[in-house]
Design a protein around this ligand. Structure first.
Ligand code: PHE
Length: 334
């Protein structure tokens, strides 16, 4: 065999071996390729070595040198493939027909989903969304809502007042979304038809149904000749839309400083009555506080617990689950 024939054989072997090592998809395939090319007994390199004996005597040193170079290069290619665990780095070895790995995706929190649903339903009933701050002053949280200074609802122990340099301020985390009624009526003449959805804060002890922060949906409708019948109709249409079947509504007499008369609203659904919040006809004192004339306009207001609605619909029994941030729980609603 001539020198050029011998080296051509070696070069082809090097190329084939390097490719085989790179394409080996796992450790087992890599080992198979190793035996095929570098195997001490029947490996192709070993076979090529035999050709060395047939090369002309004068060319033997050059042929031998080339053989050693190829052997080293092939061993280096094997070592490199092995260091990658036999996982093929060559893109030609990737099976593009396999399904991809789906990245984990987030989803809306169940309370956010509930809020979106409530906005949607109330929007169809003609209510637009109004907003207000979570840090409020006493006028919006109490005074304009007809809650006088001596009223127990203003007890600092029952509210989150903000303090500054150790001095308790006149500001607090709102305890109800009724604050937004005042903000809207202060800035808009009647008629008014709004809802407001957001967080409220009360220093309640935490248990299955209580959490120091929760959400309310406030509703307010002011116009000429608005009556309790309108209130009941709106709540019933709302409850029927949200809970998905014919829901009964029950009013129980109650008291709120900012409504007269005042009621607790209960929904009957899936075999039991549930209390969902307070409601009533806006007290004339509140209308006067915002510069409305109680002789001209009247209206109703309601405040429903968003968590209750959400929990009832999804059969969630412990409010704390909503705020633990445990993805295993939340992912059920994504
Ligand atoms: N703000 C009352 C509460 O938090 C609910 C309510 C709103 C009652 C509007 C009457 C009218 O309990």
């Amino acid at each position: 065999m001539s020198l050029s024939e011998f080296t051509a054989q070696l070069d082809a072997l090097l190329e084939a071996g390097t490719l085989a090592f790179r394409q080996a998809a796992d450790g087992e395939a890599l080992e198979e390729a190793r035996v095929e090319f570098l195997g001490a007994k029947n490996g192709r390199l070993k076979a090529a070595q035999k050709g060395l004996g047939t090369v002309d005597r004068d060319d033997k040193p050059a042929a031998g040198k080339r053989f050693n170079e190829v052997k080293q290069a092939l061993e280096a290619a094997f070592d490199e493939a092995k260091s990658q665990g036999g996982a093929a780095a060559d893109p030609r070895a990737i099976d593009t027909t396999l399904p991809g790995i789906r990245p984990a995706t987030g989803g809306l929190h169940p309370i956010t989903q509930t809020i979106e649903a409530l906005k949607d339903i109330m929007g169809r009933l003609g209510f637009t969304v109004a907003d207000g701050p979570e840090v409020e002053d006493e006028r919006h949280n109490f005074e304009a809502l007809n809650i006088p200074l001596e009223h127990p609802a203003r007890d600092p122990k029952d509210n989150f007042y903000l303090s500054h340099d150790g001095v308790v301020s006149q500001l607090l985390l709102r305890s109800q979304t009724s604050t937004v009624q005042i903000r809207v009526m202060d800035s808009t003449p009647p008629p008014v038809r709004i809802i407001s959805l957001g967080r409220v804060y009360r220093p309640d002890e935490v248990d299955e149904t209580h959490y120091p922060m929760f959400h309310q949906m406030e509703g307010l409708m002011i116009d000429t000749h608005v009556t309790m019948a309108d209130l009941k109709t709106v709540l019933r249409m709302f409850a029927t839309s949200y809970l998905g079947e014919d829901v009964h509504i029950r009013f129980r007499p109650s008291f709120f400083p900012f409504t007269e008369p005042s009621v607790e609203a209960d929904f009957y659904w899936n075999g039991s009555w549930m209390e969902f919040g307070g409601a009533g006809m806006v007290d004339p004192n509140v209308l006067r506080a915002v510069g409305y004339d109680p002789a001209e306009v009247s209206g109703f207001a309601f405040g429903l617990g968003v968590e209750r609605l959400c929990m009832r619909r999804h059969n969630i029994t412990d409010i704390r689950n909503l705020y633990r941030g445990d993805v295993r729980f939340l992912a059920q609603f994504a």
